[in-house]
Design a protein around this ligand. Structure first.
Ligand code: VGL
Length: 235
């Protein structure tokens, strides 16, 4: 039996115009479409999760911590010091960002229209608020684990407990947290959809590369909600 979850990624003020410190172009324009997806009469979700980037103020992926310009790259060590075969600590290059989604700040709040609709659902369907990015020393573009796959959020366990087989992702950003979360869901065995009209990228100019990453991984990207198959909502 198909049981579907909607996962709304990082619909937080810092990713949204006009004031977000890492505002994604037209980010706010997807909110009303996402709110429409919360209509349980129309869409029979078994689970709805909202993820929150939730960083300490000295998070390692903030450019301010490295004295470099936002959107430049830094090379970081594996947070647990894992080594390659030759005994050398594993490293990876990461883009560093303006400070954003600092725990407890206005910028970390969910968009108010979405938040109100989401809160009002909470006794009618299983829901989760999944925080990620709270460990200072590693990035979490994924909502199931960090980028090194060393620490896991509770979301996968909650979805498994609820018997979820299919997930639909919307939110921000199409080329970072939505993309990497979708890849993580596929790795964990979920049938994974992304609705591209209800997501926006940081780098629209890289869309061809982003689309390739989705399709290489087996994520089904549909343009609009109408393109989602009916079987997602048959219980
Ligand atoms: C994100 C850049 C930095 C995202 C998070 O939510 O996609 N993007 N941190």
């Amino acid at each position: 039996m198909v049981k579907s979850a909607l996962v709304v990624i990082d619909l937080q003020e810092d990713f949204l115009p006009p004031n977000g410190s890492l505002a994604v172009k037209d980010g706010r324009s997807i909110v009303s479409g996402i709110v429409a997806l919360l209509n349980l009469y129309k869409y029979a979700w078994s689970f709805i999760a909202a993820t929150h980037d939730w960083h300490p103020s000295n998070h390692i992926l903030f450019a301010s911590q490295h004295g470099v310009e936002p959107f430049s790259e830094v090379e970081l060590n594996h947070p647990l010091g894992a080594e390659d075969g030759a005994g050398k600590t594993l490293t990876r290059k990461f883009t560093v960002w303006p400070d954003h989604c600092v725990q407890g700040t206005l910028g970390a709040m969910l968009d108010p229209q979405f938040n109100k609709a989401f809160q009002s659902l909470q006794s009618r369907v299983l829901t989760a608020n999944t925080k990620k990015g709270y460990l200072q020393d590693r990035e979490y573009y994924l909502c199931l684990s960090d980028c090194w796959q060393t620490h896991h959020t509770e979301l996968e366990g909650l979805l498994r407990e609820a018997g979820i087989s299919h997930v639909v992702l919307v939110g921000i950003a199409y080329d970072f947290c939505v993309l990497h979360s979708a890849l993580d869901f596929v790795r964990c065995g979920f049938t994974t959809y992304v609705v591209s009209d209800l997501s926006r990228p940081v780098y629209p100019e890289n869309n061809a590369e982003t689309e390739k990453a989705y399709s290489d991984a087996g994520v089904v990207v549909v343009k609009s909600v109408q393109d989602l198959p009916d079987e997602l909502f048959e219980s």
